[in-house]
Write a protein that binds this ligand. Structure first.
Ligand SMILES: *[C@@H]1O[C@H](CO)[C@@H](O)[C@H](O)[C@H]1NC(C)=O
Ligand SMILES: *[C@@H]1O[C@H](CO)[C@@H](O)[C@H](O)[C@H]1NC(C)=O
Ligand SMILES: *[C@@H]1O[C@H](CO)[C@@H](O)[C@H](O)[C@H]1NC(C)=O
Ligand SMILES: *[C@@H]1O[C@H](CO)[C@@H](O)[C@H](O)[C@H]1NC(C)=O
Length: 474
């Protein structure tokens, strides 16, 4: 008894301790479900065309005639229509697909034999009307963190059947009609749900294309696996994805984790993607750890027309020791972050705060670098974020910088006069380089060949909301 209680308690605790909060959420609205439905109905219709009604044969004893043998064969579906399909959400459990007024038209042949030598044959049309199919589809996370759908219930009801015979005499029709009707009903009831189940399973290969680990560049990849099964509310299906940047091949967790966030109740677009500030900060963590946030600046990167050159002559005007100790040498600067940059999302405002050092070197004739001084750089940049194709990209502009002298290898000097020169270097060299990288963006979660249209992006507190319609192009 105690053991059972303990087990129950343990089982209750395990999912809670294992569960990870999502860094990214995807909300599929009713508009999105409608689009998904319109894309899948044709496939279901195709499936239902494979319904086969086996040949029927038998015999009766008829007064004055004796034994009449009959055979109904070659029954083929000639037309099928699913004019009314609806998707509804069953909060907490499933997506319900209801198909009503379905019609199926079949054509077949009949043949009878009696009095040993009398034969008669013709064809018939069988129309199935007001067929109703209702199926509940569950969406779960599979073992790879991709969504998977399955049919949890299915029911098919055949409304009415009408049969029209061609050829032969009417007394025969009544004999065959009931048999045919019963058989057709039974076969339809038996075959429809397994085909619906198949059509639903056929969606899984498409869902399996979710890019659960999307490569960004040589340093980073982003994980989009689901951290829990989707939640189904009365108006949407919501997927909770990890949305975390990692070093390629080396998955180290940052010293912070995602905060709870919930998407607003918007419904105009098919999809809403909420990208939390955690996702952005995990990128900052990865790139800083990988040493990717550093840049050597050489004189050839400074615009031609600039009076400031990266050489000891120019610097010597402000710091005479440099010109004296290292006459006639070119210089090099190394800008390097010393902490993970911190990104904040406020309504309509993305700000990145970075702490870096700028080390100035003289390039000696034998190519060794002689350090001259080190500056601390506190900078804040404003980012503009946008969706480009299937990627989230951005660019930044300098807000403010604060440069202070950290170490000098050439004795005391007044740093202030150099402030403008470093601002210029940041503006014309560092920021454009950064923007070239940010402009490439990183891939958003996608399923197969899709295109985003009518995309809008809003920055809200602690997350960004991308509202978009989708077009399957594959
Ligand atoms: C849907 O659910 C929300 C919250 O759970 C509730 O406020 C709302 O009234 C529901 N809407 C409908 C149409 O049931
Ligand atoms: C954005 O927010 C930062 C502080 O988080 C502030 O310094 C900056 O001025 C804001 N920018 C705009 C355009 O509001
Ligand atoms: C390079 O030249 C500098 C200055 O002449 C000297 O101090 C240094 O030892 C040299 N380094 C190497 C590796 O030759
Ligand atoms: C610049 O940074 C220094 C050292 O971190 C700090 O003492 C100073 O207050 C900062 N100045 C501004 C204007 O933020």
């Amino acid at each position: 008894m105690y053991l059972r209680c303990w087990l129950a308690l343990l089982l209750a605790l395990v999912p809670a301790t294992l569960s990870t909060k999502p860094g990214l959420k995807i909300k599929l609205t009713e508009k999105g479900l409608e689009y998904g439905k319109s894309q899948s109905i044709a496939a279901l219709q195709q499936k239902l065309k494979s319904i086969k009604i086996p040949d029927i044969s038998g015999s009766w004893k008829v007064l004055h005639i004796g034994v009449v043998k009959y055979r109904l064969s070659n029954m083929q579906i000639v037309n099928i229509g699913l004019p009314k399909t609806e998707v509804d959400l069953v909060p907490g459990s499933a997506v319900r697909l209801s198909i009503s007024n379905t019609f199926i038209s079949l054509h077949g042949n009949w043949k009878i034999k009696y009095l040993h030598y009398m034969k008669n044959s013709g064809s018939f049309d069988l129309n199935v009307n007001k067929l109703t199919i209702t199926t509940d589809i569950a969406i779960k996370s599979d073992e790879t963190g991709r969504p998977a759908v399955s049919t949890v219930s299915c029911g098919a009801t055949v409304g009415s059947l009408t049969i029209k015979f061609h050829g032969g005499a009417s007394w025969l029709y009544n004999l065959i009609k009931d048999v045919l009707e019963n058989k057709a009903r039974k076969e339809l009831q038996k075959q429809i749900c397994p085909l619906v189940t198949e059509a639903v399973s056929d969606l899984n290969p498409q869902l399996k294309t979710l890019n659960v680990l999307a490569k960004v560049d040589q340093y980073a990849e982003i994980e989009y696996s689901m951290v829990s099964s989707p939640t189904i509310s009365n108006s949407s299906v919501e997927l909770s994805l990890k949305g975390e940047f990692y070093n390629i091949g080396k998955h180290q967790e940052p010293p912070f984790s995602p905060a709870d966030f919930s998407l607003p109740p918007q419904i105009d677009r098919m999809l809403y993607i909420g990208v939390s500030v955690f996702t952005a900060n995990s990128a900052a963590f990865v790139y800083n750890k990988a040493g990717a946030l550093s840049l050597y600046i050489t004189d050839d990167m400074i615009p031609q027309g600039s009076p400031f050159r990266l050489n000891t002559k120019t610097f010597g005007i402000f710091i005479p020791q440099i010109a004296k100790q290292f006459p006639g040498l070119m210089m090099k600067l190394l800008v390097k972050t010393v902490k993970d940059p911190i990104i904040t999302f406020q309504p309509n405002n993305v700000t990145v705060q970075a702490t870096a050092t700028v080390t100035a070197y003289a390039i000696q004739p034998n190519a060794t670098l002689a350090p001259l001084f080190v500056l601390n750089l506190e900078t804040s940049v404003s980012a503009h974020v946008f969706v480009s194709g299937m990627s989230l990209a951005g660019d930044v502009a300098l807000n403010k910088i604060n440069l202070t002298l950290a170490t000098s290898y050439v004795g005391d000097f007044q740093f202030k006069p150099l402030d403008n020169m470093f601002q210029m270097v940041l503006k014309v060299v560092v920021i454009p380089k950064l923007n070239a990288q940010l402009g490439k963006g990183h891939p958003l979660p996608t399923f197969g060949k899709t295109k985003l249209v009518n995309t809008q992006l809003q920055v809200l507190k602690d997350y960004m909301l991308i509202g978009t319609d989708v077009q399957f192009t594959g």
